[in-house]
Design a protein around this ligand. Structure first.
Ligand SMILES: [Zn+2]
Length: 335
């Protein structure tokens, strides 16, 4: 069975020290270690240690073979977004990352699919890079759950979503710059509590702001099974019904109407939670995702689904059909 992991992260093995080059900020650069790993440095501060499977395409393919997964959708690591930077610098950084992924995809077209990053701090520049990314082979883009703490429902982002719909570019929404980060650093809470809330923030913003209503052809996928959006939909809908004066000010449609019109990945680490998500979304709107190569990801690439009692049809939807439809790709491309 064809298996496509639609949520994995990759970096180039080397990149400039952007902080030095641009002369400000805390951009990410890599410092190689003796053992083959590298340290991601944020400005001068240690951010995260990464291993060769973060950049070595052949090691990645081998690791995926262990879980009979042939194809990886790759995108950058959200900390690379750099939406806080000056536009011209964010454009240069985005182009660098997008060119790296495009080149990888062109060498391994049966193993890799690319999602680009765009400088969302400047809608016009983001649209230009979106167009360029499509021209060099990307089939979609990854953006953050907020843009410098502004919600995706802000009017200024709408032309960008319109351009994605027009250019037929899929969108993956990934949590980043988690709300409450400063006040809950202990216990890894930004990742455990903040990330699911961020993804729900993005879903609620796109729904209540009317973006999904106005652009029904926009193909959006929310990370980590939609975060807390689907599990708390009852509360969200109840809020919509009871306080329309607060909630239904830009879109009169019940938020539940949008369930099953977007995609989510399957990263729940819990088969019962996944079954609940499949019941809501339908299996053609739940994609195999892993968050490889990071420790909070499902590094057995859907083994918990393989071992479950879900039907073959549902498994096939999750393992490939949902992602092929989200990205508007043909199965034959990968066989
Ligand atoms: Zn991720």
């Amino acid at each position: 069975m064809l298996k496509i992991d639609m949520h994995s992260h990759i970096l180039p093995k080397t990149m400039p020290n952007w902080t030095k080059k641009f002369g400000y900020g805390n951009f990410i650069h890599l410092e190689a270690n003796q053992d083959g790993s590298a340290n991601m440095m944020q400005g001068g501060q240690f951010f995260r240690r990464i291993a060769e499977n973060c950049w070595d395409e052949k090691i990645r393919i081998q690791e995926y073979q262990q879980f009979e997964t042939q194809v990886q959708v790759v995108c950058t690591i959200p900390v690379m977004f750099s939406y806080w930077a000056q536009t011209k610098d964010a454009v240069e950084l985005s182009r660098f990352l997008n060119d790296h992924i495009a080149e990888l995809v062109s060498r391994f077209p049966k193993n890799y699919i690319g999602l680009a990053t765009v400088p969302m701090q400047d809608t016009e520049a983001a649209i230009l890079e979106l167009e360029r990314a499509k021209a060099i082979g990307h089939v979609g883009i990854q953006i953050g759950s907020n843009i410098n703490d502004e919600n995706l429902s802000e009017d200024k982002f709408y032309p960008f979503f319109e351009a994605c719909a027009k250019l037929d570019m899929a969108i993956m929404i990934h949590p980043w710059q988690m709300m409450g980060f400063e006040s809950m650093k202990k216990y890894w809470l930004p990742w455990l509590v903040g990330m699911p809330a961020e993804t729900s923030r993005a879903a609620c913003s796109l729904i209540f702001g009317g973006v999904l209503e106005r652009l029904p052809n926009l193909r959006v996928c929310f990370s980590h099974a939609g975060g807390s959006f689907l599990p708390t939909l009852g509360r969200i809908e109840h809020g919509f019904n009871k306080r329309p004066d607060l909630v239904a000010i830009d879109n009169q449609n019940n938020p539940r109407n949008y369930v099953g019109k977007f995609w989510v990945d399957c990263i729940t680490h819990d088969i019962e939670a996944l079954k609940y998500i499949i019941n809501m979304q339908g299996s053609r709107k739940v994609c195999l995702g892993s968050d490889y190569p990071f420790p909070l990801g499902d590094l057995e690439i859907g083994k918990f689904i393989e071992e479950s009692d879900l039907s073959i049809e549902i498994k096939e939807d999750i393992f490939c059909n949902a992602t092929l439809e989200w990205l508007a790709l043909e199965k034959t491309t990968f066989q």
